[in-house]
Design a binder for this molecule. Structure first.
Ligand SMILES: C[S@@+](CC[C@H](N)C(=O)[O-])C[C@H]1O[C@@H](n2cnc3c(N)ncnc32)[C@H](O)[C@@H]1O
Length: 216
């Protein structure tokens, strides 16, 4: 999140992130929302216990419905699947402004989300791979650049993940493993979609070459 920005934490669940952003002075105001009343009750209890009621506003909402665009600079959507994350972004066309920022931590299908962002004219500015409890995540920051485009297979699957970082290497290896599995599964179907098989092979070769070059 950009220091000093007004933030919206969509799908805030327990509210810990929203509370931390406000408590640490990173964001002077945070709008924390969730689709379900249960999590919101928990988040409200946390916010009140920490005395953050003047800085964290809670809302029961689907995505960014009802969020005032003029009071939100940075939107974080963490822990939701790629399709739901994309649906929330598409449901708020006011995000298509270069001053707004997205901070996304998709729970699944990172490639799909990268593809949808690019098609809608968003550019990914940075991606940080994170390994936590045996899971690999990517934290993406993105903004609208008004240049919709299609991604190559490499861009879709690897994003801006740096393979020279230990977590980045793990990420690339995971993509390589998936390419191999797809390759294996596609052997039968290859006659029907030889182009798909060719792309997977090309991506696998590229990953192997790059990882070797990075000395991993
Ligand atoms: C897995 S939790 C993630 C919690 C938190 N963001 C984190 O990363 O720790 C997903 C939360 O998003 C909420 N959620 C799912 N779809 C949503 C939507 N369309 N709008 C708002 N909240 C949503 C769920 O109710 C749930 O509390």
């Amino acid at each position: 999140m950009r220091r000093g920005s007004f933030a919206a934490d969509v799908g805030c669940d327990h509210g810990k992130l929203a509370a931390a952003l406000a408590q640490r002075g990173i964001c002077p105001r945070v709008l924390a929302s969730d689709l379900r009343p249960g999590p919101l009750t928990g988040a409200r209890a946390l916010v009140e216990r920490l005395g953050l009621g003047d800085r964290v506003q809670l809302a029961l909402a689907d995505g960014l419905c009802g969020a005032p665009p003029e009071l939100v600079d940075d939107v974080i959507i963490a822990g939701l699947g790629a399709e739901e994350t994309a649906r929330i972004i598409l449901g708020a066309p006011w995000l298509k402004h270069p001053d707004k920022r997205l901070v996304l931590v998709p729970a699944s299908r990172h490639g799909l989300l990268r593809e949808l962002l690019a098609r809608e004219g968003y550019e990914i500015l940075k991606e940080i791979p994170v390994q936590e409890a045996g899971q690999l995540y990517t934290v993406m920051s993105a903004r609208y650049c008004a240049r919709p485009r299609e991604l190559t297979s490499r861009e879709r699957e690897l994003g801006l993940i740096d393979p020279s970082l230990p977590e980045g290497r793990s990420y690339w290896l995971r993509v390589l493993g998936r390419c191999r599995r797809i390759e294996a599964g596609l052997l039968q179907a290859a006659r029907e979609d030889p182009e798909l098989l060719r792309r997977q092979r090309e991506l696998a070769r590229y990953i192997e070459g790059e990882l070797e070059e990075h000395g991993n």
